[in-house]
Design a binder for this molecule. Structure first.
Ligand code: SF4
Length: 374
């Protein structure tokens, strides 16, 4: 294990060397391995910062196999930043549907528009300028600046954290934000600044293909001879991940108010999950069933009208990073004098739901609707 004192020795060692003395042996081995083993992916065949940005935003919290069709679809619809900037938000959210973290899609659009308005439609070159764009944090700015322009900025994603934690046998908790500085410094010192693009991608690819969370292939690893966790038998204990995350549970009751032809959708406005996406009228309440919900929300009676009947009820559990959503969907055949649940709700035919961007949770139920009402 590298104790903090020893880590500072590593830094002193790096810092005290003149740049021409540095061999960057680890970086050289990584880059060589990468050229021979990398997966061919569309965003690796370009230095276009727009495409690199798009791929990085899509792949945050998303596996490559899932993200690839979204990437291809975005490039088909919006081949450059000007085309994206001219899009409307609903179209972007609809293309994004299923990827989650919808604020990423909204930020993409805002950033594209500011590139057009503030940078003449040309993607900024420098890390500091990229970082000022909406929704772009240090990781994404580093990825764009290094992959597109070879600016020596270290990238730290989950794969890189794991490789570094093992390579230097780091005991610090990678889920503690205070550890970031240490890992950034290690990443920077490991990188050959002359080959930032290849080096960063090689680190990420090593974590994805070789230095995997379970069963890393140390016998095939190009930097095994330098790996301190391997030498000390601590590979399975690195990285250290201690989560202080507390998830809260929310109970959503969705009312699908069906009059035999149409139903209501409304747009989420609050600063909350799924902002600007569409959904059925929602009541958030801890009520455990329909009867309890009716008892505590008399307004439902005005929406459903006289003689309404409950046709079906479906329950789903939906897991987000910080929240668990327990959702009940009630399909109600409305009766006479049924009213709109809100002034802003739209009354649409059942087959028009697909025109609206909805959370994947709502889509799960919407996909069953035709069968439930037939
Ligand atoms: S030797 Fe094993 S643990 Fe160390 S970096 Fe390589 S794959 Fe990871």
């Amino acid at each position: 294990m590298v104790e903090n004192r020893e880590k500072s020795k590593i830094f002193c060692y790096f810092v005290s060397m003149e740049s021409d003395e540095k061999s960057f042996e680890i970086s050289r081995l990584l880059c060589q391995w990468y050229e021979e083993n990398k997966r061919e992916l569309p965003w690796r065949q370009t230095r276009d910062p727009y495409r690199i940005w798009l791929s990085e935003v899509i792949l945050q919290q998303t596996r490559i196999a899932q993200g690839l069709p979204y990437y291809n679809s975005f490039i088909r619809h919006y081949p450059d930043v000007k085309a994206l900037a001219a899009a409307d938000e609903d179209s972007i959210l609809r293309l994004w549907q299923g990827l989650g973290y919808y604020s990423r899609a909204r930020h993409l659009l805002e950033a594209a528009r500011s590139i057009v308005s503030d940078h003449g439609g040309v993607f900024p070159r420098r890390y500091e300028d990229i970082l000022r764009l909406q929704g772009i944090g240090r990781y994404t700015a580093s990825a764009i600046a290094s992959f597109a322009y070879d600016e020596p900025r270290p990238v730290l994603d989950g794969n890189v954290y794991r490789v570094l934690a093992r390579l230097y046998d780091i005991e610090a908790n990678i889920l503690d934000s205070r550890s970031e500085k240490l890992f950034l410094q290690l990443a920077l010192e490991t990188m050959d600044p002359r080959h930032a693009a290849v080096h960063n991608q090689a680190m990420m690819e090593l974590g994805a293909l070789c230095c995997t969370p379970a069963s890393p292939q140390c016998d095939r690893c190009p930097i095994a001879a330098h790996c301190l966790a391997l030498a000390s038998g601590k590979v399975s204990e690195r990285p250290v991940r201690i989560s202080g995350l507390k998830r809260k549970t929310r109970h959503f009751h969705y009312l699908c108010l069906y009059d035999g032809h149409s139903l209501y959708l409304q747009q989420r406005q609050d600063k909350d999950i799924w902002q600007h996406l569409w959904e059925f009228p929602l009541i958030e309440d801890d009520a455990t069933d329909w009867t309890a919900l009716l008892a505590s929300h008399p307004e439902i009676g005005r929406w459903t009208g006289r003689g309404a009947s409950l046709l079906a009820c479906r329950h789903y559990r939906h897991q987000l990073t910080h929240q668990t959503i327990q959702a009940d969907f009630y399909l109600v055949r409305t009766g006479t004098s049924a009213g709109s649940p809100s002034e802003k709700a739209v009354h649409i035919a059942v087959n028009e739901i697909d025109k609206y961007p909805v959370p994947i949770l709502v889509k799960r139920f919407a996909d069953q609707l035709e069968a439930l009402i037939s």
